[in-house]
Design a binder for this molecule. Structure first.
Ligand SMILES: [Zn+2]
Length: 407
């Protein structure tokens, strides 16, 4: 192979340009000298790149630093409307869409009832239309949309966005990413929703931390995401973090995956609701019966939490058992990974700090070498849009890695 020095120089130049642009997004507004120092580049190199970005109207002046005497350096920021990117959370009950501008600010959000998810092809057609319409209503040109990241609660094939199994949707082997891409005029990426949520939680709470984070999504189902530094650990086949399908009680109820007594089958939002429905159907005295106004099918986990907060012993007992089992499952993950942080998020965590305390107590009992660990166990950002925002972030990270940004 003939060595081409010019090609090498071009690649270095491109890398520098990408790094300056990324520095402006992550750390801007920032002045030229600070960029040079941060990226270990010469000031003339940074100045040349900045001039080019100015010319392309990708950045703008954000004023001057008002400190000291003499000439004040100009600070620079990304032009917020240079591009946009979108995140969509395909939740079983709620569909959520978030649009971010170039500096990562959320400029529009929407949520609505998910509705019928079967047959998959019809659902996906409706979803495409909703995404296109929502972007159109904001008055954003198609060319300015970098892409749409989708979060899907399913076992996914690594890298292809193919759904292997989505029990809550009744889907098996659906090429979701390909079908979505077929009807959308922007790049599309689909990832597991818990992994998306984990990426977002890690981004908002621990950008500078280097350790591992175990992010556990406690919602209608249960899953986990493992993040090392800023990187998502996807596993060999892309299905890491299936904490919900670790067996915590072999004599427990049958799980959708075919095993018995999985964590998800005994402690998820769906399991909590099911346990309450069974108890109330046997005429047990409980505040839950009043809250559901006699309609047992209306009982959900939120109702059980509401009853427990009102002092209902039955509801509290259901949640205590769930918390013990969650503590066992999370301890299993911690014993294997030895992370620096556990972040507990999802719908079940939006019900007051006492549930977190119950889980912590159970972990105290089940963790090995707990006194020698410097482990932080915290509630997540409690943001109902975290999976959508995480999917958007994964999309951006992927575009960065592939150098597919319009620079
Ligand atoms: Zn299972």
């Amino acid at each position: 192979m003939i060595y081409d020095k010019r090609l090498d120089q071009f690649q270095v130049g491109q890398t520098n340009k990408y790094n300056v642009f990324r520095c402006l997004i992550r750390e801007g507004p920032i002045n030229r000298a600070a960029i040079a120092k941060r990226l270990h580049l010469s000031i003339p190199t940074v100045m040349a790149i900045v001039d080019e970005l100015y010319e392309k109207k990708m950045i703008r002046s954000a004023g001057k630093i008002e400190a000291g005497v003499g000439k004040q350096p100009e600070i620079l920021g990304i032009e917020p409307e240079h591009f946009f990117y979108v995140g969509v959370d395909i939740g079983r009950s709620t569909l959520r869409i978030v649009i971010h501008n170039a500096i990562g600010t959320e400029i529009a959000v929407m949520n609505e009832f998910t509705g019928d998810t079967f047959p998959a092809k019809e659902f996906i057609s409706r979803l495409q239309l909703k995404v296109v319409n929502f972007i159109e209503v904001q008055g954003i040109e198609i060319a300015k949309i970098l892409g749409v990241g989708f979060a899907m609660p399913a076992l996914m094939e690594q890298g292809t966005g193919r759904v292997i199994f989505a029990p809550d949707f009744g889907w098996t082997d659906i090429p979701l990413q390909d079908w979505l891409q077929g009807g959308l005029p922007y790049p599309v990426l689909v990832r597991n929703s818990t992994q998306a949520m984990g990426v977002y939680e890690n981004f908002v709470t621990a950008l500078e931390e280097k350790g591992a984070t175990l992010c556990v999504n406690l919602g209608y189902g249960i899953g986990a995401a493992i993040i090392i530094g800023e990187e998502l650990l996807e596993g060999t086949g892309g299905i890491s973090g299936e904490l919900g399908h670790c067996v915590v009680d072999r004599n427990g109820p049958l799980c959708k995956c075919g095993n018995s007594g999985c964590l998800e089958a005994v402690a998820s939002g769906e399991a909590i609701a099911h346990q309450a429905q069974t108890i109330i159907s046997h005429h047990a005295q409980s505040r839950i019966a009043e809250l559901c106004q006699g309609n047992i099918t209306r009982i959900d986990a939120k109702m059980v939490f509401e009853a427990a907060e009102g002092g209902d012993g039955m509801a509290l007992k259901i949640l205590q058992t769930a918390a013990v089992n969650i503590g066992i499952g999370v301890s299993l993950g911690v014993n294997i990974l030895d992370p620096s942080r556990v972040v507990l998020c999802g719908g079940l965590m939006r019900n007051g700090p006492w549930f977190l305390d119950m889980i912590r107590s159970s972990m105290e009992e089940h963790l090995v070498a707990r006194s020698s660990r410097s482990l932080v166990v915290a509630a997540g950002a409690s943001d109902e849009y975290s999976a959508a925002k995480g999917a958007a972030r994964i999309l951006m990270n992927t575009l960065w890695a592939r150098r597919e940004l319009p620079i």
